[in-house]
Design a protein around this ligand. Structure first.
Ligand code: NAD
Ligand code: TYD
Length: 345
């Protein structure tokens, strides 16, 4: 089966490509990725020469290039996105272009090229804030809060409209916050881990009591593979780690595991529109596809810390000029102690 994967050079996509190549024979993978600041072929060094893997550089917004690369594919797994909430708040256009228009381009191509299965990778953020103690099921209303989550909700609705109107054989996954190896350190968990390594201030937005459901990326990869192979057309599947924790608890746990003092915690100006709580019901994945998360949070956190420690070269490569200017630009108004990334706080 020829599998067209978009965004395979990013965090989850690259983990998924390694996952599928290590578990399955018979998939020929084409990884189509624009290589934005978040896309990194170093994530795929271990499979770059694999006979069943190839890479094509291109944007999902470029219909001609995407068509050429997708031609002959049986199935699509669509990871490509502008995936960072903070960036989407400061500059929404790239999220709308890639997440909405780019998905539309792919849906049109999937119809034209008679793709047999289209797996659209979405997020729990489309449900917006959950009340304390509440959990989102696949039928919960879509109430996105940020330009990022609104763009993902829009793309989900486009996908569902193509299932209904054109009979496109598509399925949607909505996962919670992933963590694990190869995550770009703009996201909370790797940012906190790598700042702890450097004895740098840890930027905690607002009171730090926002809650997220943490999912190890390997658990998500197993889930996406199950949905690709056995998911029911037209269905949405929630995928969560079932471990809902406050951000502050996560930061404190990481400090404890790495052995650094809590004085590094620094409360900074909150993110505008910040969702207070995400939490998912994932019964459908368990009942229909026999999937449930397997990596306990503390085990996963330890493994992730070890991975970042062991991969200093990779980390230095991604914390280059673009990352430094991002850090300066996005954190400078939050707290003066965070201003300089290069000098210890
Ligand atoms: P990421 O930012 O690490 O990677 C995104 C990849 O998409 C990069 O390789 C980038 O180069 C590529 N890309 C961006 N714009 C493109 C374009 N126009 N054309 C082609 N490629 C393009 O993201 P991630 O964390 O791996 O997330 C992957 C998917 O999972 C996204 O759709 C995201 O919305 C979703 N998701 C992520 C999380 C999470 O915790 N990271 C949680 C739920 C859902
Ligand atoms: P993030 O990794 O950006 O994922 P998302 O917003 O998609 O859930 O952030 C996870 C949580 O951590 C979220 O509540 C925002 C918070 N956060 C901080 O407190 N400080 C930071 O520097 C970052 C990046 C996030």
């Amino acid at each position: 089966m020829k599998l067209f994967i978009t965004g395979g050079a990013g965090f989850i996509g690259s983990n998924f490509i390694r996952h599928i190549l290590s578990l399955r024979k018979g998939y020929k993978i084409v990884n189509y990725d624009k290589l934005t600041y978040a896309g990194n072929l170093a994530n795929l060094e271990s499979v770059a020469a694999h006979p069943d893997y190839s890479f094509v550089k291109g944007s999902i917004c470029d219909a001609n290039a995407a068509e050429e690369a997708m031609r002959g594919a049986d199935a699509v797994v669509h990871f490509a996105a502008e995936s960072h909430v903070d960036r989407s708040i400061y500059e929404p256009a790239p999220a709308i272009d890639t997440n909405v228009t780019g998905t539309f381009v792919l849906l049109q191509l999937a119809r034209k090229l008679r793709i047999e299965r289209f797996v659209h990778i979405s997020t729990d953020e489309v449900y917006g804030d959950m009340l304390p103690g509440a959990f989102a099921s696949e039928n919960s209303p879509l109430q996105p809060s940020s330009p990022y989550s609104a763009s993902k909700a829009s793309s989900d609705l486009l996908v569902l409209s193509y299932v209904r109107t054109y009979g496109l054989p598509a399925v949607i996954t909505r996962s919670s916050n992933n963590y694990g190896p190869y995550q770009f350190p703009e996201k909370f968990l790797p940012l906190i881990i790598t700042n702890i390594f450097d004895d740098k201030a840890l930027p905690v937005y607002g009171d730090g009591k926002q809650q997220r459901d943490w999912l190890h990326v390997e658990d998500n990869c197993r889930a996406v593979l199950a949905v690709l192979e056995r998911g029911r057309i037209g269905e949405v599947y929630n995928i969560g780690g079932l471990d809902v924790e406050e951000n502050l608890t996560i930061a404190r746990t990481l400090l404890r595991l790495i052995g650094k003092p809590e004085t590094l915690l620094t409360y900074v100006k909150d993110r505008p529109g910040h969702d207070r709580r995400y939490a998912l019901l994932c019964d459908k994945m368990e009942k229909d596809l026999g999937w449930k998360p397997e990596v306990p949070l503390e085990t996963g956190l330890r493994q992730t810390i070890d991975w970042y420690k062991a991969n200093a070269k990779w980390l230095a490569g991604v914390r280059d000029g673009e990352y430094l200017s991002y850090y300066e630009k996005y954190y400078q108004n939050r707290d003066s102690s965070l201003r300089s990334f290069t000098h210890r706080g």
